[in-house]
Design a protein around this ligand. Structure first.
Ligand code: WT7
Length: 632
């Protein structure tokens, strides 16, 4: 089993993982329950797109998350549920109790006719049944597709239709701070365009009124009493789909990333254990939502595969006050705390008084994920939350990678603020220049690629092999292209500089510019739009929309509200533009392509070096855009 305990060991394991991946992964994978061992560790490559990890093997994810611990650690706490309202009681589940709940949920699914190979969509708040429900899917061999509860009806419908999902699990509503989100009502709207969904299971949480459609909709609590406590795990092929998770790309509709069983299982367990250096009595809290990959890998699978205690928090960091995170850390004696830079920056802005009330003495390791962290936020986190005693792991990875790729190993790798530092054993990063040539030596800066397959990698975009190839494997043949830019310092430490494609990272959420443009273009008086990112103090990046209108806009406030409503409807509030600029034109090349580089610079407020604009179809528009931007 791999347990990196020193920097020398890191180096040794790194070399082994590259030179002899078979040996490296065989060692690790031994720790799991297998119904049948693999024929080979890894086959296939990026050229053929047929990467397989542990082909020939059979296993079950839920069994490795739960059953495996029952003998020795059945009474250990597996899950702590911290409700939105601090007055409401915390719920704790031991491994044995969680096992029972997962089995019962699996039996409820079976009772509703769900079987191996089906795709079950989850559109829920952060309550235990979400975590239990997705693990229950893995028990019976159904794939889950979790859609973040903040997405709109249209976004939910798109994701249900794309993968032909036939079942939806949702809540009546969910609590978010002082608000109740009416999830079932939104789901009902989505389902008007999803005729394939014949099965809706509703878990009661908020008691808001809902309408239930006969035959299609059932209450979870109505079926739950009638099912058994045990459900045998189904034997799954190593490459059977474990889940699909949608993420935005630079063009078109969201991509359903397909993750498979054995490789992802190994990657989730291995990365959590080593990056965070967890030991068996640790209390691990990742503040993400299970609607994102972070919540899949580091709330659900990673911690449970390692037999530790994971915390699931229903609420938001600023309610009832901006000290909530720290209160929860103290209440449950959290040892490992993993959050997003945007959360750190927003809590930093609220002032120290909310931190100082809490001791935070149990913390051992801090983590960040989702976007580049600025130095100031890093220092604040280090000093005020970690009391200069907790290593910070700045973990770089993506929905596509399944788990952490580049990150310090807590307490072992030297940390440098804003640097994700070094690749984990098993990961071979490569920087390439514009021509596609690999940049060797240090320091270096270029586009970040990965050389060899790793177990947690996405196996495809659901139903679209061509897009899969084009997005990741065609720009630099033989390499996986991440979409990020990075710098490598003299010592080979990596610093991620941000997306180099048309993806905006707003508060750690990936938003494709094309999706926002599509939504904006629905407005009847908009002719054309272009969306770019701009630097935002709290969110990292904000959304900047340039729009061309048919007529003069009489009342900008009304116009802006109409646009925001459209975006809420099409995508959800996370894609709300921070700035809207009405313009007469957009800078275009002679072939009609929008020069986004110029728009980005203007949005950043940096117009000193716009490059050569004389070759544009309409060079005069640039000055007009700059003038317009100054008035925003
Ligand atoms: C994109 C992936 C990874 C889970 C959450 C987001 C950015 C992620 C870091 C980091 C700088 C980071 C990248 C990446 N990103 N972690 N530590 N430093 N940037 O997953 O939605 O798939 O987004 O988030 O741009 O490509 P995601």
């Amino acid at each position: 089993m791999i347990r990196i305990g020193s920097f020398t060991e890191y180096e040794r394991k790194y070399d082994q993982s590259i030179e002899n991946p078979q040996e490296f992964w065989t060692d690790y994978a031994e720790k799991f329950i297998w119904h049948k061992k693999w024929d080979e560790v890894c086959t296939g490559d990026f050229e053929t797109l047929g990467v397989q990890w542990f082909p020939g093997a059979k296993t079950n994810m839920s069994e490795n998350c739960l059953d495996i611990h029952l003998d020795k650690r059945g009474d250990h706490t597996a899950l702590i549920f911290e409700p939105n309202d601090p007055q409401e009681k915390t719920i704790k589940y031991t491994y044995r109790e969680l096992h029972t709940e997962v089995c019962r949920f699996a039996n409820v699914l079976k009772k509703r006719g769900i079987k191996k190979g089906d795709i079950v969509t989850f559109y829920m708040g952060m309550i235990p049944e979400l975590l239990i429900g997705i693990i229950a899917c893995t028990r019976i061999g159904a794939a889950h597709s979790v859609v973040f509860g903040g997405f709109s009806a249209k976004a939910l419908a798109d994701r249900i239709q794309d993968c032909n999902s036939t079942t939806l699990v949702t809540n009546d509503g969910s609590f978010r701070g002082a608000k109740i989100i009416p999830l079932k009502a939104v789901a009902d709207e989505a389902l008007t365009s999803c005729p394939l969904v014949q099965n809706v299971i509703v878990v009661k949480r908020t008691n808001v009124d809902v309408s239930m459609k006969d035959y299609r909709d059932v209450w979870y609590h109505d079926i739950y009493p009638d099912v058994e406590d045990d459900c045998p795990p189904v034997s799954m092929d190593s490459e059977d789909t474990l889940f699909i998770l949608y993420t935005s790309g630079s063009t078109g509709k969201p991509k359903g990333q397909v993750h498979t069983t054995a490789g992802y299982m190994n990657w989730a367990a291995y990365t959590l254990k080593n990056v965070f250096q967890v030991s068996k009595n640790d209390i691990y809290w990742c503040t993400a939502d299970i609607g994102w990959i972070t919540g899949h890998t580091y709330i659900t699978y990673g911690p449970l595969l390692n037999g530790i205690t994971t915390i699931m928090f229903e609420g938001i960091p600023t309610w009832p006050d901006p000290g909530r995170f720290w209160a929860i850390c103290d209440k449950h004696e959290v040892t490992h705390f993993y959050t997003a830079p945007t959360a750190i920056r927003s809590l930093q802005a609220m002032g120290l008084s909310f931190v100082e009330k809490h001791g935070l003495g149990s913390l051992k390791v801090l983590g960040t994920v989702g976007e580049p962290i600025n130095e100031e936020a890093w220092e604040w986190y280090n000093k005020n939350i970690g009391k200069n005693e907790c290593p910070i792991v700045d973990t770089w990875w993506q929905t596509e990678t399944g788990g952490i790729m580049i990150s310090p190993i807590a307490g072992i790798t030297k940390t440098i603020p804003t640097f994700a530092t070094l690749p984990l054993p098993g990961v071979e990063p490569v920087l390439v220049d514009k021509k596609g040539e690999e940049i060797e030596g240090n320091p270096a800066e270029g586009n970040l690629c990965i050389r060899n397959p790793w177990p947690g990698m996405t196996r495809g975009i659901y139903g679209d092999e061509e897009r899969f190839r084009n997005t990741y494997f065609s720009a630099y043949p033989g390499l996986y292209f991440t979409g990020d830019g990075a710098r490598r310092n003299e010592d080979g430490f990596y610093r991620i500089t941000g997306r180099v494609d048309d993806v905006i990272n707003v508060s750690g959420h990936r938003i494709g510019t094309a999706e926002v443009e599509d939504a904006i273009n629905q407005h009847t008086s908009i002719v054309e739009s272009a969306v770019v990112g701009y630097p935002h103090d709290i969110k990292g990046q904000g959304i900047y929309a340039y729009v061309i209108c048919t007529d003069d806009v009489d009342d900008f406030d009304i116009f802006q509200k109409e646009l925001v409503d459209l975006i809420n409807k099409q995508i959800g509030p996370i894609a709300k533009p921070g700035k809207i600029q009405i313009t007469k034109g957009l800078p275009k090349t002679r072939s009609g392509k929008i020069m986004r580089r110029i728009l980005r610079k203007v949005a950043e407020g940096d117009t000193s070096n716009l490059g050569d604009t004389s070759t544009l179809l309409n060079p005069d528009i640039v000055d007009e855009i700059i003038k317009g931007a100054n008035n925003i």
